[in-house]
Design a protein around this ligand. Structure first.
Ligand code: PEP
Ligand code: MN
Length: 295
């Protein structure tokens, strides 16, 4: 398994035999496993746009943003009820109340909801409210949590650890797959390369999107909001991600007329920008049909 004859991930069939193309010949070099979340399909047809607030802060704010996502033509709603914050003194999310707010937003807009679960003891609770479970970057290698979400009967959005190699990321996905759940969508969200933090929050690794599609049949999306941390970069980075073969995008949005969000305000785009991103994503041809240049 090589990209352009040069790079190999030779131990991948041992690390992730359930997911890598080489040990699953029916997928060949180009077939993608389609992950369905309600009527949304990752890996087939048009790129999927997930959008919403960083965190569920209030009922009013979440509903306002959810309506903006719906108006823009977004496919799914995001929003953290349980938030992994660097400082324990920062807002930690609104927990169960936040999950209830998300459920209300889904009822009103019809948008399926993805939200993060951070604790294996809460998987059942979050799965009751969410259509898709998100594993955050900081928990990508929390193996008991991965096994638990693998058993939860929900599709999973697995974000890349901010310092994880492709092999480690696919190994993490394998923990979920091992429980009998192949409904996994990978999400590149920026990595800690040497210049991270100098001109952008993380370094958006678009090369990995191409590589993911070469090595595994799982769909992959990009989160340009966390990857850049800069609202002005989110729209161009979204276009670049789709050019590189991403099956979708995850975008943080805010309604600034309601005040500045407590969480990740610098990287949130407004509704007009989201409109343009969704238009761009949905006016494309179908996703390129598969992994390019694999030999
Ligand atoms: C998020 O998407 O809400 C989030 C916290 O992102 P990450 O885990 O990629 O930092
Ligand atoms: Mn955020």
């Amino acid at each position: 398994m090589k990209i352009a004859g040069q790079f190999t991930l030779d131990d991948l069939p041992d690390v992730a035999p359930l997911l890598c193309r080489r040990s699953n010949p029916p997928y060949g070099a180009t077939r993608t496993w389609v992950v369905e979340v309600g009527s949304v399909r990752f890996g087939e047809g048009l790129p999927v746009v997930i959008a919403g607030p960083c965190a569920v802060e209030t009922h009013h704010q979440t509903l306002a943003v959810a309506r903006a996502v719906k108006r823009a033509g977004g496919d799914m709603l995001r929003g953290g009820a349980y938030k992994p914050r660097t400082s324990p003194h920062d807002f930690q999310g609104s927990g169960l109340e936040g999950l209830r707010v998300l459920r209300g937003a889904r009822q009103e807009t019809g948008l399926p909801v993805v939200t993060e679960v951070m604790d294996a003891r809460r998987v059942e609770q979050v799965a009751e409210y969410a259509d898709m479970l998100q594993i955050g970057s900081r928990n990508m290698q929390n193996y008991p949590l991965l096994a638990e979400v693998g058993r939860a009967g929900r599709p999973v959005l697995l974000k890349r650890g901010m310092a994880a190699s492709l092999g480690e990321w696919l190994g993490a996905a394998e923990y979920i797959a091992q429980q009998g759940n192949l409904d996994i969508v990978l999400c590149e969200r920026g990595i800690k390369a040497f210049a991270a933090g100098e001109y952008s929050r993380f370094i958006l690794d678009l090369n990995v999107v191409f590589a993911v599609r070469a090595y595994t049949f799982l769909p992959v999306i990009v989160d340009p909001s966390h990857a850049t941390g800069v609202a002005a970069m989110v729209e161009p980075a979204s276009r670049a991600a789709l050019e590189m073969g991403s099956h979708g995008l995850m975008i943080e949005v805010a309604d600034f007329s309601l005040g500045r969000p407590q969480c990740d305000a610098e990287q949130a785009v407004d509704a007009e920008t989201l409109d343009r991103i969704v238009k761009f994503a949905h006016h494309r041809q179908q996703c390129p049909s598969g992994a390019p240049a694999v030999v």
